[in-house]
Design a protein around this ligand. Structure first.
Ligand SMILES: [Zn+2]
Length: 334
């Protein structure tokens, strides 16, 4: 009897937390909340919203990829170490008094006007970063200088500038859609070959998944992103690199050629044709046919310090599943 009571109570508690969560999810769309904050800070500082969005998304992705940083609590992903916020020489690292923080040269400011500079306030955090950048200027060149002085890393500045271009061009934040790199109707096969001995990729271990398909089958961008690299490599042949908004780099190799007018710095959308399946590589530019045609697909993650490759296979399998479900939906709604 007692056990039943305890289980019953637990069940009721569980169900009530679920419904509270549901209600919360319905009233707050994080993308909307974020956009509201970016636009608000843009109005105050003249720093374009898409730059604020790019910095925020960069930092959010870095935090997700790193174990030494706490996960974000609010809708803004920017992270300040408490001592940087309060000022390095401030004896109180949890200082929230804006005047005292300013005295100790901390970066914390009061953005929401409640008299406190709080790391727990999304608005204070976003405004603090904007406030820091303001001392450099609000045009793209000066923003880049400000970002370089903050991060001291060219790749980070490049990634953020790329994201700013994506957000500016597309005008929205929900850019999580993914598709499989070749059309689902095409004849293709792939299996998990992560870490196998070197095949046709030119790296010590096989850093990617090979998708075998016929010569010329369209190769598609798998995510929203920006073309970071396009050209020839002795091993990879004709290849393309695309950076998505989560700091992940998608690498497509052995292509037969590139889509017309595709350019480095171009913003791409999932499903956009970027080239064709081929068998280029293992020789001077144009070498082809030394192995069966296939797409070598690699994924690399940047965590703000370094970049490493990870196994694309589980992601490919998931994108294919999701795309199939999506296709069925559009068919049945016709
Ligand atoms: Zn490969």
């Amino acid at each position: 009897m007692r056990a039943v009571l305890i289980i019953g109570t637990i069940l009721i508690l569980f169900i009530s937390t679920l419904s509270v969560r549901d209600a919360h999810a319905q009233e707050t769309d994080p993308y909307q909340e974020r956009m509201k904050l970016y636009k608000k800070v843009e109005t105050i500082t003249q720093i374009p919203w898409y730059y604020l969005a790019a910095i925020d998304q960069y930092e959010r992705s870095v935090r997700l990829a790193r174990r030494d940083l706490p996960k974000a609590d609010g809708v803004i992903g920017i992270y300040f170490r408490p001592e940087v916020w309060a000022g390095l020489t401030n004896p109180n690292p949890n200082e929230e008094n804006p005047a005292v923080i300013q005295f100790f040269n901390g970066l914390g400011v009061d953005g929401d006007g409640d008299g406190k500079a709080s790391l727990k306030s999304d608005e204070d955090v976003l405004y603090a970063f904007a406030h820091y950048l303001l001392s450099y200027g609000v045009d793209p060149d000066n923003l880049k200088i400000g970002l370089w002085n903050y991060y001291h890393r060219d790749r980070t500045v490049g990634i953020i500038a790329g994201k700013a271009k994506i957000y500016r061009q597309l005008g929205r934040l929900d850019l999580d859609k993914r598709v499989f790199p070749v059309p689902l109707y095409s004849n293709h096969s792939y299996r998990s070959t992560w870490g196998d001995a070197r095949g046709w990729g030119g790296r010590r271990i096989h850093e990617g998944t090979d998708i075998f398909a016929n010569y010329g089958v369209p190769v598609r961008a798998t995510a929203y992103g920006i073309v970071e690299m396009k050209g020839w490599n002795k091993f990879g042949g004709w290849r393309i690199g695309i950076r998505d908004i989560n700091n992940t780099y998608h690498y497509f190799a052995h292509l037969s050629g590139f889509a017309k007018n595709l350019q480095v710095g171009q913003v791409v959308e999932p499903g956009m044709v970027i080239g064709g399946v081929g068998s280029t590589g293992y020789g001077p530019p144009g070498t082809s046919g030394k192995f069966p045609p296939h797409l070598h697909y690699g994924m690399y993650k940047d965590n703000g310090i370094t970049e490493w490759s990870f196994d694309p296979y589980p992601h490919l399998a998931q994108w294919k599943r999701l795309e199939r479900i999506e296709l069925r939906k559009t068919k049945s709604s016709r």
